[in-house]
Design a protein around this ligand. Structure first.
Ligand code: SF4
Length: 362
């Protein structure tokens, strides 16, 4: 659905009955566009080593108090096995931006191993920042399906205010990377932070139009959560309240669902950092993906992009209807590459939990 900037801005300001109606409309459009299943992506935070210095990020290279780590292959594959055995359809390997050959070949090797141990059934999403076209292709050839690269803000000026002013943090390079990922055959995801310092509703409306214009397949966007030891921390007192950032994020999800009915939209952990039912509320107004954290406990504390990160998946999401053993590929992507999408790809599933094990009832 196409909306003007002014119409989007109005929906992002909705209150009371209009807000309720927006959320209900988004829920209906989601049911028709992608069905009501929630797809699980087991999140593995592979490494917090990053060459960049984004002004909002807790693992920025300039944060000397951050203890750096990279998981061993055994640790990654142990978490992948756990995901596979628990019925997850996909895993996400995420890490800082590292362009060393050691890192690139390690990710390539891990992606091949994941395909081998799951007989090619597990979906693999990567999120390792901007890389060369050659690297994207190597990882795609190894078996990765999806790539997440958040633009964080589609407004060139705001992007410049939340990143250092140097060639390593170039807005144009970021946009080009999204084009390169699409050309390399990935399902491409992007997203923004909501409630940043200096950000207005006009910026956010433009962000949604940017995502539609880029014809993305997936989106992960969440409220800006202040991270300690970051330059943007000094603006913490000037931000809108966490509750307002949270509600604005729900509106962004709902409006994006109306604009792009068949993409995958994540209910991000940043939502849960503010509201204990954050992800569930996002699912009710348009999101259809959750990413439970499977990173080994001993390093989780060192992957702090922001503070108060939640760790587990709550039972209410499981009860909402989870697509176990389903990759949950973006239907938008499948249509744009000419794959046939059956009605059963949008089957609504109900599950019950028996002694901790999911039993699927179709
Ligand atoms: S946001 Fe990403 S690229 Fe920027 S410092 Fe953090 S991990 Fe690195």
């Amino acid at each position: 659905m196409r909306y003007t900037h002014a119409e989007i801005r109005e929906m992002l300001s909705a209150q009371g009955g209009a807000l309720e109606e927006l959320f209900q409309r988004a829920a209906r459009v989601k049911a028709e566009g992608v069905g009501n299943s929630v797809y699980l992506r087991g999140l593995i935070e592979y490494s917090n080593i990053c060459r960049k210095n984004c002004l909002y990020c807790g693992i920025r290279s300039g944060n000397v108090s951050c203890v750096r780590y990279t998981l061993s292959d055994d640790a990654v594959l142990g978490a992948v096995r756990q995901a596979y055995e628990q019925g997850y359809g996909s895993v996400v390997l995420q890490g800082g931006e590292n362009i060393s050959e050691t890192h690139i070949s390690a990710v390539e090797r891990l992606v091949r191993e994941i395909a081998r141990l799951s007989n090619g059934t597990l979906g693999v999403t990567l999120s390792f920042g901007e890389q060369s076209l050659d690297t994207y292709r190597r990882w795609r050839d190894a078996g990765a399906h999806r790539y997440l690269l958040r633009i964080e803000s589609s407004d060139r000026e705001l992007y410049g205010r939340i990143h250092p002013q140097d060639s390593l943090h170039s807005y144009d390079a970021r946009v080009q990377a999204l084009h390169d990922l699409r050309a390399s055959g990935y399902q491409v995801g992007t997203g923004v932070m909501i409630g940043l310092p200096f950000q207005t509703l006009d910026h956010l409306a433009a962000d949604l139009l940017f995502m539609q214009e880029m014809d993305i397949d997936m989106c992960g966007m969440g409220p800006y959560v202040v991270s300690k030891n970051t330059p943007l921390e000094v603006y913490a007192g000037e931000l809108m309240s966490e509750q307002k950032r949270f509600l604005l994020t729900l509106r962004m999800i709902a409006v994006l669902r109306l604009m792009m009915p068949d993409i995958n939209i994540a209910a991000t952990t940043a939502l849960q950092a503010i509201d204990p039912e954050g992800r569930l509320k996002a699912i009710r107004c348009g999101a259809n993906v959750v990413m439970p954290n499977l990173t080994p406990e001993e390093v989780r504390g060192n992957y702090t992009l922001y503070n108060n990160k939640p760790l587990s998946l709550d039972s209410q999401i499981l009860e909402a209807g989870v697509g176990y053993r389903e990759r949950g590929d973006s239907l938008h992507y499948r249509r744009r590459v000419g794959q046939y999408v059956k009605k059963t790809d949008m089957t609504v599933k109900k599950i019950t939990l028996i002694a901790g094990n999911p039993e699927i009832k179709v």
